[in-house]
Write a protein that binds this ligand. Structure first.
Ligand code: ADP
Ligand code: MG
Length: 238
């Protein structure tokens, strides 16, 4: 079970509060998208869930454990970033296997997990290549594969498609939606792109200035925006 609860969550840097009293419950296996303009606190919120930033106050609960003091490596999560950060000197296979090798997993099990993930992502034919011989879309698939082999209950994705061109973004939107259905995991996805939010999310969390403006499924958000900010943000042309 990997529901996630943010209970009066705050993040401050000195005198600056960048995440204000966020209350949110994400259901097990939900696809939730945090959306809002640059600087509104999306990445900071995600990084607190990941354990990459300390919580300033409030509680963060994953499953039935308060994880405020649980180190990132002991949380059952995998994170995918915008800039992929693949290891340039390793093959695709090695990039995907490396995290499991560090955990001293069994070699046959590693091999099975890497090949299963590669098949789902349609990158089996790329396993022996190095990252520099891949397109942007292929690299992003490898980054997803690296997260998948760990079979986490929670996937955290921070603007994973921002570096792709518009056409590839559309393809990968559909791919990630498909992946979520297949994987049986909770997805928390950050974007500033309202089209991604409207087409991919079970529920959308609209943020502005470190605060939640509205939480609703896409259609409801579109039909009944809670305030002018939400209406303007969701309705705005790209
Ligand atoms: P988003 O992902 O929505 O663009 P962020 O969560 O990255 O926004 O940032 C939210 C705010 O927190 C921004 O104003 C940013 O400048 C500030 N911020 C982020 N990290 C730090 C830091 N380490 N020190 C001070 N301010 C920070
Ligand atoms: Mg960000």
């Amino acid at each position: 079970m990997a529901s996630i609860t943010l209970d009066k969550l705050n993040k401050t840097y000195g005198a600056l509060t960048v995440v204000h009293d966020i209350d949110l419950t994400i259901a097990d296996k939900e696809f939730i998208i945090l959306v809002g303009p640059s600087g509104c606190g999306k990445s900071t919120t995600l990084r607190m869930i990941a354990g990459l930033e300390e919580v300033s106050s409030g509680d963060l609960v994953i499953g039935d454990t308060i994880v405020n003091d649980v180190p990132s490596k002991d949380r059952d999560i995998a994170m995918v970033f915008q800039n992929y950060a693949l290891y340039p000197h390793m093959t695709v296979y090695k990039n995907m296997a490396f995290g499991l090798e560090l955990r001293r997993a069994d070699r046959d099990e590693i091999d099975r997990k890497v090949r299963d993930a590669a098949e789902v992502l349609d990158i089996t034919h790329l396993l022996n290549r190095k990252p520099k011989a891949l397109s942007g879309g292929q690299r992003q698939r490898v980054a997803l594969g690296r997260a998948m082999v760990r079979s986490p209950e929670v996937f955290l994705l921070d603007e994973p498609l921002s570096n792709l061109d518009a056409k590839l973004r559309a393809v990968m939107r559909a791919e990630i939606t498909k992946l979520h259905r297949k994987l049986d995991a909770t997805f928390v996805y950050v974007t500033h792109d309202q089209i991604e939010a409207m087409t991919m999310a079970d529920r959308i969390v609209v943020m502005n200035d470190g605060r939640i403006q509205q939480v609703a499924p896409p259609q409801e958000l579109y039909d009944n925006p809670a305030n002018l900010f939400v209406a303007g943000f969701i309705g705005a042309p790209r």
